[in-house]
Design a protein around this ligand. Sequence first.
Ligand code: HEC
Length: 204
Amino acid sequence: MNKPSNNEPQLREHVYDGIQEYDQKLPNWWLFTLYITIVWFVIHWAVYYQGHVGRTDEQRLDDHLKVIADARAKELENVTDDKLWELSQDPTTVEAGKQTFLTTCAACHAPDLSATLAGAKLPGLPLKDKEWKHGGNPLDVLHIVRKGAPDITKGMVAWEGALGVKRITEVVAFIMSHHKKGEPFTLAADSPKKAGAAAPATVK
Ligand code: HEC
């Protein structure tokens, strides 16, 4: 057997299960990439993790979340009971809200807001009667849809993250389009709002 030159890949002596191995020099470009990543690791570790230069992913995430929260707060700044009553009379907004309601809320509150389907009681509460558990002013309804019911294990979770302010406003306008501004409503017997104020409230 000829001794292979240094540049040629050399076969190693051992054979396992009939398989032989080359002992080949790694290409320089590969080796240099490895060395550069090692050097880069040391610099990065020293500067970023030890020197705390630059902002961490967590800080950047917090900044982004703050921007989103601020934008939401700004969008909600002008949302008042009156504004929501007004939107509940606007056919385009109500139609958009209806679409969201049918896809997102109807499973528990029923397409006709009665919270019953073919005689069976659904998990949600009726939304077109005059009795509310969490308050019947548009802003009360908006609050529950944004933040969820206090006990979310019942199924009414916070929808703000999934739907965003615009769609939630639309869906509330759709719900309020089944009500009239100024109509009296009662608080349900198990309403958390009831403590102290038992007198029937009136829609603002
Ligand atoms: C998984 C079932 C479920 C889904 C889906 C759901 N809800 Fe609810 N919802 C509930 C339950 C249960 C309650 C009652 C919570 C309680 O008892 O505090 C409730 C309560 C409410 C209330 C307060 C009613 C009151 O009497 O004060 C409103 C308003 C409401 N939901 C609107 C919505 C809207 C709008 C959507 C869609 C974006 C939605 N819900 C989706 C289960 C659901």
